[in-house]
Design a protein around this ligand. Structure first.
Ligand SMILES: [Zn+2]
Length: 132
């Protein structure tokens, strides 16, 4: 996996290969769409279109481009797997899981409180409230 990233004069990036154009040294796609991951670009192109992806990459600052591409690739794959909901489907599954686990945590904490108070013998609980 130690293929040279800087000197790719004769192997175009996945985007340029897909679009059948010359990959120049300043190609905005090249750092994020290596030739060994052809489906990554194909998915993103199918969902968003190459010109939109290029526009988005030019709009964000260079240090955000990798995250941007990863997000686009994730969204494109999710949309291809689930044309109706896309990544919203995954989000709602995870949200349901979170609220289920939160309920479980609350129940467990309540059990723990009951257990602790049955052991402790009420060192701090005085039913008189504040007497001072
Ligand atoms: Zn390229």
């Amino acid at each position: 996996m130690a293929s040279s990233h800087s000197n790719y004069t004769n192997s175009p990036c996945a985007a340029c290969k897909f679009l059948r154009r010359r990959c120049t040294s300043g190609c905005v796609f090249a750092p994020y769409f290596p030739p060994d991951e052809p489906t990554k670009f194909a998915n993103v192109h199918r969902i968003f279109g190459a010109s939109n992806v290029s526009k988005i990459l030019h709009e964000v600052s260079p240090h955000q481009r990798e995250d941007t591409v990863n997000s686009l690739a994730y969204e494109a794959e999710a949309r291809l797997n689930d044309p109706v909901y896309g990544c919203v489907g995954a989000i709602s599954v995870l949200q349901r899981q979170v609220s289920k686990l939160q309920r479980e945590l609350e129940e467990t904490n309540a059990d723990l409180m009951r257990y602790a108070s049955s052991l402790g013998g009420g060192t701090t609980s005085s039913y008189g409230g504040q007497r001072d």
